[in-house]
Design a protein around this ligand. Structure first.
Ligand code: NAP
Ligand code: 3JN
Length: 334
């Protein structure tokens, strides 16, 4: 191990936890020591990091003594319980769950948008929902130039957003149906193979889903602007990796497609892929394993004075989860 902070990954066996190890390796994060923690089910599993083998341990507060940075994705109910104990032990937690995102004294951070919020932390920094992250990375440079009034977003979210079980369900269900066999839905309320589901997470009293309201509330908090109106429809599609979003934005002053392309071309973490004549636009299959948020199909919305439509795609497990968390950890050690 190199010189650097002691790190623990909580939820290490999951889709996000697995990506955390990859991102730490690929970015040469200076890991001084590493612990991999998950549920009791995974005790004894062996996972590799930089060519070394590590045994997965059950998450127990005493195992976090001496850990400086925790990259956390064990689900919100688990985080709610263990994070306060880890803070008492002096750990700083970058938590990928929704457990603390909307707490007023917890920074909710996308490093390209509001890195300054990190220094306000009192032990926990929240990583936003994946669909929110990629949207704000693309919209912040435009908001700074022409203040956004309203956003209408529809998402096309990959099954990896639901974790390992959903990745297996799409694969096995597709295989079964192609062979004329049945494969009942277990993870989702309906068949996901060859289908599109207009429901992500549970429905709330206002008839929106929890995922939709995360996009509404988290966007305002990260952009530090409660005046932005957001209307979201979140949809699951039979794609393994990469969330796509159709985004309609209304500005308070002029924002032409050309100006937006110029601003986005120099924005951190953004790549413009926008050549309709050559059918060039962002595709989920092309962003697998990449760090950037890709923006294309940028065009004027003539139905309002200052409007644009665009298509935003990013790898939900990287910028939407592990990469964003590791970038926050990089800020912490800086
Ligand atoms: P996953 O593939 O189902 O993995 C869940 C992980 O949490 C596994 O490592 C699991 O360990 C661990 N875990 C479950 N119960 C635990 C417990 N009682 N104590 C310790 N660890 C426990 O799910 P995922 O996609 O990695 O997502 C995990 C969480 O990250 C989500 O619930 C969400 O809060 C957050 N998140 C996900 C995304 C995304 O795009 N996937 C984006 C943002 C945030 P075992 O293998 O031992 O069960
Ligand atoms: O479904 C997706 O594409 C993203 C899912 C994220 C998710 C899944 C289960 C629980 C979250 C999240 O990050 O908001 C949570 C949660 O922590 O509430």
């Amino acid at each position: 191990m190199s010189r650097g902070p002691s790190v623990a990954i909580v939820g290490a066996t999951g889709a996000v936890g697995e990506e955390m190890r990859k991102v730490l390796e690929q970015r040469n994060f200076p890991v001084g020591s590493l612990r991999l923690l998950a549920s009791s089910k995974s005790v004894g599993k062996v996972l590799e990091f930089r060519g070394e083998k590590f045994k997965v341990e059950e998450l127990k507060p005493e195992r976090l003594k001496g850990v400086e940075i925790i990259l956390s994705s064990p689900g919100a109910s688990v985080s709610k319980v263990y994070v306060p104990e880890a803070i008492k032990l002096g750990c700083v937690i970058v938590d990928n769950t929704s457990a603390f995102r909307m707490e007023p004294d917890v920074p909710l951070v996308v490093p390209e948008v509001n890195p300054h919020a990190i220094k306000r932390h009192k032990g926990v920094i929240a990583n936003p929902n994946c669909s929110t992250i990629q949207m704000v990375v693309a919209l912040k440079p435009l908001h700074d130039a022409a203040k956004i009034k309203r956003i209408v977003v529809s998402t096309y979210q990959a099954v990896s957003g639901t974790g390992m079980k959903a990745i297996i369900e799409l694969r096995e269900q597709t295989r079964a149906l192609m062979n004329g066999e049945k494969y009942p839905a277990k993870v989702y309320p309906h068949q996901i193979a060859f289908n599109v589901l207009p429901q992500i997470d549970v429905f709330l009293e206002n008839a929106y889903t929890k995922e939709e309201m995360k996009m509404v509330n988290e966007t305002k908090k990260i952009m530090e602007d409660d005046s932005i109106k957001v209307s979201a429809t979140t949809v699951r599609v039979p794609v393994y990796r990469g969330h796509s979003e159709s985004v309609n934005v209304e500005f308070t002053s002029e924002m032409t497609p050309d100006h937006a392309r110029k601003l986005l071309a120099k924005a951190p973490g953004v790549k413009v892929v926008d050549d309709p004549a050559k059918s060039q636009y962002p595709l989920a299959i092309n962003c697998d394993g990449l760090d950037d948020t890709f923006v294309g199909r940028i065009r004027k919305d003539d139905t309002v004075p200052y409007g644009l439509n665009m298509w935003i795609v990013s790898d939900n497990l990287r910028k939407g989860a592990a990469l964003n968390a590791v970038q926050i950890a990089e800020h912490l050690i800086r």
